[in-house]
Every structure is written in structure tokens, then in C-alpha cells.
Ligand binder design. Structure first.
Ligand SMILES: Nc1ncnc2c1ncn2[C@@H]1O[C@H](COP(=O)(O)OP(=O)(O)OP(=O)(O)O)[C@@H](O)[C@H]1O
Length: 302
């Protein structure tokens, strides 16, 4: 039978440099009886979307994002609505999406998931002219992703430093939302619009989100007293944030965020919107390569 065409889109700056060695690993571990392949490198933000669109034109059937959540989203933007499957080799600093799907952070094992060729349709989220797969948010998380991008350094420890320096002075803001047609005004520390369960690094902001249920989970973390912080951090990492008395959690299909809005982040990438923001779930709009049930035992690899 003819070989499947797979291309790899590598972000050379993501995470802390693991992807510099990806070329020999692909050569060694990709099943070349099944696949023929090409590797492309991104040289600027948004380039991954263009490369993914070109890959569709050239009839690639699998397009693999090698990078962090930012790169995965950019590749996904080019693939949504097409029959091509998105593969993931996580080399970012948080890897929220890879963790959601239980794709191992060891590139060799992630390549083996691609070899299995097991796919699944997932929902994606449309937000004005952009799309994302995992989690978008306004408030503190958006502020952090903005400060992180200004820092020019990547990696988990730089991220923690930014969180700790922003936290003491952060002022909760009032937001005006329309959720499936119902208005809601709330002062919040952050509001997150989740398709997947976590930000990355096992911080579960939406523990009940399902990526293929046709719904978006809105999590509103209200203003809270300083002394509640340690318990909230505990809840975040133990999938209990929705049980907190400071949290409102809702499932919906459509949200409008009324302007003015400071920052918003899409899977950790900061954005600014100067108009009302329309968020809408697009059910079963992206095919993605995921581990089989058997491979999910590799859970402990994280
Ligand atoms: N050659 C490049 N030079 C500079 N920036 C790039 C280049 N290629 C891609 N980018 C940008 O790098 C940013 C970060 O990428 P990505 O999210 O994949 O890595 P990360 O932030 O380390 O991982 P994570 O999101 O898991 O924390 C993206 O916004 C992407 O647009």
C-alpha cells in the first residue's frame, strides 16, 4: 500500500531545547514502512499555521506539531475542519494539551504514539477570528501569560517566578459576560473558558471539562481573601477547584465577553481584543492522534 504522508512542524524555540535533537529521533523511531515524512521549522510566530495549510495543499495526511501548546494551537488553526490528523510531540514548558491526551513527554514515546496511528475527533473553540484547543482565560492567568511573554525566557521555573511576582499586587476585575444568552456580571480573579482540563503542569482549572462533549466549561474564580490562596493552589493541583466556595462552574456552547478587556490568553499565548469577544464551541472539528487505551498506562511517565 502507498505510504502515509506525515510532516513535522518544529518550533525551535519552544520549551528548553529538547526539540533540537528531534531530527535523528524521527529518523530512528518513526515507522517508515507506514510513513514517508518531511520536517519543517518555524521561523516566527504564526508560521506554524501557514506551514500546516501548505501541508494540506501538499496532501499530507498527518501533521505533527513539535513544540508547546502555542505551536500545537498554531498548527491546529491550519487543520481545523480538514481530514488531516494532528500529531503532538510535546517539547514545551507546560504541555497542557499533551498532558490532557496523555501523550508522553519523552519524544521517542511520543513518536511511537504516531506510529500507532490511532485517531479521535475533538472539539475546538472559535474565538473571534482565532481558534484554540485547550484553555483560554481572562484575568490573572492572562496577565501572567502576558508578563511571561515579555520576559523573553521560557521554562517552568521562569513561569513560577512570574506567577509569584504578579500575585501579590493583582487586582480582580469586573467582567460582563453573556453565557448561552444569559447575562452575568461578576468580579473575578480569573475566568477561564476550557475545552480541556488543565493549563499544563497538572494545574487542573477545569477538572470536569471533556474535549469531545460539545461543551465549553466556564470556570469563574471569584475574588478571594489572601489566606485562601494555599487551599486554592492545593485544589487546583488536586482537581478540586470546582468544589471551592470561590468558584462558579458552568457548561455552555457560547459566551460573549463584553469589552473593555485587558488581556486574554489562548493556551498561554497572550492576545488583546479591542471589541466584544465571541467564543463558540465547534464540536468534532479536529482529528488528533492519541494514545490507545493500552498506551495510557504510560501515565506514570509524567
Ligand atoms: N522561530 C521562532 N522564533 C520566535 N518565536 C517563535 C518561532 N517559532 C514559533 N514561535 C513562537 O513561539 C511561541 C512559544 O511556543 P510554544 O508555546 O510552542 O512553546 P512554550 O511556550 O515553550 O511551551 P508551552 O506553551 O507548553 O509553555 C509561540 O507563540 C510561537 O508563535
Amino acid at each position: 500500500p502507498p505510504k502515509k504522508k506525515v510532516c513535522f512542524i518544529v518550533n525551535p524555540i519552544s520549551g528548553t531545547g529538547k526539540n533540537k535533537k528531534i531530527k535523528p529521533l524521527i529518523k530512528k523511531h518513526l515507522d517508515r514502512k507506514q510513513f514517508e515524512y518531511k520536517i519543517f521549522y518555524t521561523d516566527r510566530p504564526k508560521h506554524a499555521t501557514e506551514l500546516a495549510q501548505k501541508a494540506l495543499e501538499k496532501k499530507f495526511e498527518v501533521v505533527v506539531a513539535v513544540g508547546g501548546d502555542g505551536t500545537i494551537n498554531e498548527v491546529a488553526q491550519g487543520l481545523i475542519g480538514s481530514p488531516a490528523a494532528l500529531g503532538i510531540i510535546p517539547t514545551g514548558s507546560g504541555n497542557g494539551l499533551a498532558r490532557h491526551f496523555k501523550i508522553p513527554s519523552d519524544p521517542k514515546l511520543a513518536i511511537e504514539i504516531i506510529n500507532e496511528n490511532h485517531d479521535q475527533w475533538i472539539d475546538t473553540v472559535k474565538i473571534n477570528q482565532e481558534s484554540y484547543i485547550g484553555v483560554a482565560g481572562i484575568g490573572f492567568d492572562a496577565e501572567v501569560s502576558h508578563a511571561f511573554s515579555e520576559l523573553g525566557k521560557r521554562g517552568f521555573s521562569s513561569y513560577i517566578k512570574v506567577v509569584l511576582s504578579e500575585l501579590p499586587n493583582y487586582q480582580p476585575q469586573a467582567y460582563e459576560l453573556v453565557i448561552d444568552g444569559k447575562p452575568l456580571v461578576e468580579k473575578a480573579f480569573l475566568i477561564c473558558f476550557a475545552n480541556s482540563k488543565q493549563y499544563g503542569n497538572n494545574a487542573f482549572i477545569a477538572p470536569h471539562a471533556e474535549i469531545d462533549d460539545g461543551y465549553l466549561d466556564v470556570i469563574i474564580l471569584k475574588e478571594f481573601p489572601k489566606h485562601a490562596t494555599p487551599k486554592l493552589v492545593h485544589d487546583l493541583f488536586n482537581r478540586q477547584i470546582e468544589d471551592s466556595k470561590y468558584t462558579i462552574a458552568l457548561k455552555c456552547q457560547e459566551v460573549i465577553i463584553k469589552k473593555p478587556l485587558h488581556y486574554l490568553h489562548l493556551d498561554g499565548e497572550p492576545m488583546q481584543f479591542n471589541e466584544d469577544v465571541y467564543i463558540r464551541i465547534l464540536p468534532s472539528s479536529l482529528k488528533i492522534l492519541t494514545p490507545t487505551e493500552k498506551e495510557k498506562w504510560s501515565d506514570f511517565l509524567f
